[in-house]
Write a protein that binds this ligand. Structure first.
Ligand code: MAN
Length: 354
């Protein structure tokens, strides 16, 4: 692994300083933020997770969002109820089928702003709340891609129907337009490329095949950012490695001299999440040129190892200044942190396919 400089101020944001939007709820996560620059400011579009208060009696509380009232509603489950599997803190599963039936928290998107990239002030209001029957379990893990003067925001739209991918756009982070779901369940970690290539827009996607296949990275094309086709498999898991469990896109791809550099996330079989890098062909990003054998960032510090879901570093956005990659990342599904990596150092870790 190359040199990683974590900010002294880390974690930059934690749930403790953030007021919940809903009565009877507490903020348990401010993480996996999309990153953008606007008017000399650095914007973090946080995934804020709130969960219902009052599980002291040993019961399990879950929640869902009611679009009609604009409020979150809690649901109390008996922890000895054999119909459910409570072993993953993030979700409640059907004990028989193993499929997720409730989330233990609801996420929505909220803005934080900074002038120095280290100190952020969080808005009091939400930026994007769940708004439809396909978002009743929350909206999560935004990525912000600036295309021309429009900021395009892709996010996971979660409901009992599955996890799909929504698209919203804004020019000023005040007025926002929603464009509905651009990928149906199950898909997440969709990231738009910042410019068209050969006349087409591209997106990294992460379908989760059920009967056959694995959660791996695909790539799709579109003439208008709304209609997507020519879906191709891009890159997969590696056996017995840090990226053997699941793999998905991370930050918005960076155009570097050698092609498109994508900083992606992957987990091993024990759900330990790291970041790695892959280089894609400049003219056909559906072609993998090189990949780092090991991670470029892995969970090491206390705030990365311990939290709501420990052992996780998960970046949804980076900033590039000269040779410096400022990687903002969610730590342990709880807080936001930032680390600087050198671009040339990351490129030097790539191993080309022969
Ligand atoms: C996974 C995790 C959770 C997330 C759900 C739904 O279980 O990534 O954080 O809430 O999927 O997207």
């Amino acid at each position: 692994m190359g040199h990683v400089y974590r900010y002294e101020e880390n974690p930059l944001l934690t749930p403790s300083g953030i007021k919940p939007l809903w009565e009877g709820f507490e903020v348990i996560g401010a993480f996996n933020a999309g990153i953008a620059r606007m008017d000399g400011q650095i914007l973090m579009l946080l995934r804020v997770a709130e969960r219902p208060l009052g599980s002291e009696d040993g019961s399990i509380l879950t929640a869902y969002f009611e679009p009609a009232s604009g409020k979150a509603v809690s649901v109390r489950l008996d922890s000895s109820d054999a119909r459910y599997d409570f072993s993953d803190a993030r979700v409640v599963k059907d004990a028989r089928t193993g499929s997720t039936v409730y989330l233990t928290s609801i996420s929505y998107l909220r803005l934080a702003r900074s002038t120095d990239g280290r100190h952020f002030a969080v808005d009091d209001q939400a930026f994007l709340l769940p708004a439809s029957e396909l978002e009743t379990f929350g909206v999560e893990d935004p990525r912000i891609t600036r295309i021309g003067d429009t900021y395009c925001i892709t996010y996971s739209a979660v409901s009992s129907k599955g996890v799909g991918v929504g698209l919203a756009s804004t020019r000023d982070f005040v007025r926002t337009q929603r464009h509905g779901l651009i990928f149906p369940p199950e898909n997440k970690d969709v990231i738009l490329f910042p410019e068209s290539i050969g006349g087409l827009y591209y997106a990294l996607t992460r379908p989760v095949p059920k009967a056959i296949g694995q959660p791996e990275i695909w790539i799709s094309e579109s003439p208008d950012l709304l209609h997507w086709g020519n879906h191709r498999f891009l890159m997969g898991l590696r056996e017995d490695a840090w990226d053997s469990g699941r793999i998905g896109g991370g930050a918005v791809p960076l155009r570097v001299e050698a092609g498109w550099l994508e900083l992606y996330h992957a987990a091993d079989r024990n759900d330990r999440y790291c970041m790695g890098a892959v280089l894609l062909d400049a003219d056909d990003p559906g072609k993998v040129l090189a990949r780092t054998p090991g991670p470029i960032l892995e969970p090491e510090t206390d705030y990365e190892l311990h939290g709501f879901f420990g052992g996780v570093v998960f970046s949804c956005g980076v900033l590039l200044d000269g040779d410096t990659i400022r990687m903002y990342y969610g730590a342990a599904d709880t807080s936001m942190a930032c680390a600087e990596l050198s671009l040339s150092d990351v490129l030097a870790q790539l191993v080309f396919d022969t």
